[in-house]
Design a protein around this ligand. Structure first.
Ligand code: URA
Length: 275
């Protein structure tokens, strides 16, 4: 990494050197139109606007008809429910301007794989690679996910519904800098995902990671307790069996946990074998 500390003033003033330095320290994309001075001391919030307490880490996930976000959530539910096909739903997301994440994302990451697959995987949110390509799970965790699926005889591109998978995320837009999405952002996106599941009608859902499992199952319980146990996701078309398991990104960091994910996948394979 080039070191601007100690560089002469001319180099510090040079916009190209500044840009190069930003890229080298990892700030590789612009997320706003105007610069923000984050070192500026802000005046304290006025007494009548108390700062909102941070949600507890295990706070209950919002229900699908969450009241938070009020009209915007109702609007999202209404828009999603009107959709009869996956193409309608893709178009509805393209039209929906209620969620701020869309403004900073490059793409709406809708889905990948075979929509007729009997197994639907639900991840959390697109990362940088997915945002660039417009497809879910194309980065490093996607490569591991593909290997995990191959181990149970499945491939995204397969034509046979019993040999393929269909993939979507809780959020179709990348949170800037991969920050954690807020509950409001999730509440605004969940109606579209629920409708996505209703239209695709998979036989089994695989929830990848804690965020996906919590919000699909509407529970505050963490992934350590949820994984490996069958649960039900309720949709307007009935209940769907859902297996929560570890997120591939977690497995990349904790390879020793892969044996648990493997056990979960075997349960999924067994359940789908005879259906
Ligand atoms: N992680 C996710 O949860 N989803 C993606 O699409 C990529 C990474």
């Amino acid at each position: 990494m080039s070191n601007l500390i100690g560089a002469d003033d001319a180099a510090r003033q040079d916009p190209l050197s500044q840009l190069k330095w930003l890229v080298e320290v990892g700030a590789d994309e612009a997320i706003g139109e105007t610069p923000v001075n984050r070192f500026q001391v802000r005046p304290p919030a006025p007494a009548e606007q108390p700062a909102r307490p941070a949600p507890a880490p295990d706070a209950p996930a919002p229900r699908i008809n969450a009241r938070s976000g009020g009209d915007l959530v109702k609007n999202a539910v209404g828009l999603a429910q009107e959709c009869q096909t996956l193409e309608d739903l893709r178009e509805a997301l393209n039209q929906f301007e209620g969620c701020g994440l869309k403004q900073t994302a490059h793409s709406t990451v809708f889905s990948d794989g075979n929509p007729a697959a009997d197994l639907m995987l639900i991840g959390e949110a697109p990362g940088r690679d997915e945002d660039r390509e417009g497809l879910p799970f194309v980065g490093r965790s996607g490569q591991l996910l593909d290997l995990m699926m191959a181990a149970i005889g499945r491939e995204r591109g397969a034509q046979d519904p019993k040999a393929s998978i269909y993939i979507a995320n809780i959020l179709p837009w990348r949170p800037p800098g991969n920050r954690n999405p807020s509950l409001e952002e999730i509440s605004l996106c969940l109606p579209f995902l629920k409708r996505h599941i209703e239209i695709a009608q998979p036989k089994v859902l695989l929830a990848l990671g804690g965020t996906s499992a919590k919000h699909l199952l509407e529970t505050p319980t963490g992934i350590m307790k949820l994984r490996g146990r069958w649960a039900k996701v309720s949709t307007s078309a009935g209940e769907i069996d859902c297996m929560p398991t570890f997120h591939p990104a977690y497995l990349l960091r904790q390879p020793g946990q892969k044996k648990y994910a493997w056990a979960d996948l075997l349960k999924v394979e067994a359940k789908l074998r005879d259906r």
